[in-house]
Ligand binder design. Structure first.
Ligand SMILES: Nc1ncnc2c1ncn2[C@@H]1O[C@H](COP(=O)(O)OP(=O)(O)O)[C@@H](O)[C@H]1O
Ligand SMILES: [Mg+2]
Length: 236
């Protein structure tokens, strides 16, 4: 479904992503793990069309997308729930969700169906439909960011640090929702600081260090890998 080939991305003279390749197959959860500044967010922002690669290719559903504008990439079915959530704080929950559906050309009925499906996943948002997003808790804003991404009816959902900065209970709820999305068959590219949880969900996983993939395997393989356990799972 997604093929990233030797992707390179720079901020000015500084290369943050130095030739990354991986694939995502339909129905899979693929995770990128790595420390702060490894290049995970840069990779996702490039896949979404928010950054332009200096080299490499991104093939989505058989077509190159790395030169397309962000709105066209969303329209093709690649949705992004960004690090730091970035909901529109002065808009209501409903308005934020309506914006998530802006790229769709199908009818109001399908959009209403997805609206219901998104809110079934996050019932608390249904109760807060008319509340402005800036007054939601961090966990609720994360739910809104994910629900907003789902409103584009994505073929592939990218989640960047969905549990970051949340209380342990809220973190568990968000990660349980990612598991629920996986169970529904959603294809997901996940970046998540809770490496234990991310690897537990992942069909395939890649460790990124300073802009390069240094290790790849299935979730269970990396969970059992000594260097991963030491570096990312907090073991001595
Ligand atoms: N807007 C930016 N301008 C310049 N450098 C940036 C910018 N965003 C990120 N970087 C740098 O790019 C590298 C990768 O960052 P990032 O992709 O955010 O890593 P991660 O998401 O893995 O923590 C880091 O060295 C970071 O300092
Ligand atoms: Mg990041």
């Amino acid at each position: 479904m997604l093929e990233v080939r030797d992707l390179r991305v720079a901020y000015g003279k500084i290369e943050a992503v130095k030739g990354i390749s991986f694939t995502v197959d339909p129905g899979q959860v693929v995770t990128l793990i790595g420390g702060n500044g490894a290049g995970k967010t840069t990779t996702l922002r490039t896949l979404s069309g928010l950054l332009t690669p200096t080299a490499g290719e991104v093939i989505f559903e058989g077509e190159p997308i790395h030169s397309l504008p962000a709105h066209e990439i969303v329209r093709r079915g690649l949705a992004h729930s960004p690090e730091g959530r970035h909901v529109f704080p002065r808009m209501t929950v409903q308005e934020n969700l309506d914006l998530g559906a802006f790229s769709r050309k199908d009818g109001a009925k399908d959009i209403a169906e997805d609206f219901d499906r998104s809110l079934d996943l996050f019932p608390v948002l249904r109760d807060r439909r008319t509340q402005v997003a800036g007054t939601l808790s961090g966990g609720e804003q994360q739910m809104l960011a994910m629900a907003r991404a789902l409103m584009s009816r994505p073929r592939l959902l990218m989640l960047d640090e969905p549990s970051m900065g949340l209380s342990p209970i809220m973190m568990q709820r968000i990660l349980a929702t990612v598991a629920e999305l996986k169970a529904r068959g959603t294809t997901i590219l996940l970046v998540e600081q809770n490496a234990q949880a991310a690897l537990g969900l992942a069909d395939s996983a890649h460790v990124i260090e300073t802009g390069r993939i240094v290790l790849s395997g299935t979730g269970p393989e990396l969970l059992g890998n000594d260097s991963v356990r030491k570096a990312y799972l907090g073991e001595e």
